[in-house]
Write a protein that binds this ligand. Sequence first.
Ligand code: PRP
Length: 183
Amino acid sequence: MHKDISTILVSETEINDICETLGHQLNQDYKDKNPILIGLLKGCIPFMSDLAKKIELKVDMAYMSVSSYHGGISSSGDVKIKMDLDISVKDRHVLIIEDIVDTGNTIVTIVELLKHRGAKSVEIVTLLDKPEGRTKPYEPKYVGRTIPKLFVVGYGLDYNEYYRNLPYVGVLKPEVYTNKESN
Ligand code: PRP
């Protein structure tokens, strides 16, 4: 698996520092509130797990499964809800936990949906932000690292469902793409 990676973009140490910093920020900003952390499956899992351990507030942890990539390397733009929440967001402060914001399709759709369902506030906490990929304007409030327009895998991010278990975020060697899609 490691041999398919050309560069490590965000190391394990950096990821740990990001979780510490964001956790500290959230502890301050959400003091006296008990937000719901909503993880967008599947990519959120490692980040949500590490970040949540740095949050010292009483939080609910809930999950939604949405998908727009369908296994390739570029977004289809068509966001599907595959599994919905098992908790109400009405009058609650919501923090959506993401591994990456790229085109913005996923996040714009989900933020609108949760606001429509009556959430008191909705903010995004994302490990990575790829602003050059944006097709819908959206600026996530809490960003671990801003990255250039590269196809990255690891620490939750996949290519054809593989590499999510890498402990770092890395750039996949282009020869690994079987169908030469552009990103
Ligand atoms: C990825 C990622 C984000 C979304 C970001 O999810 O986890 O949710 O794409 O891309 P966007 O800003 O272009 O919408 P994906 O749909 O691949 O599902 P996964 O988390 O199960 O891999």
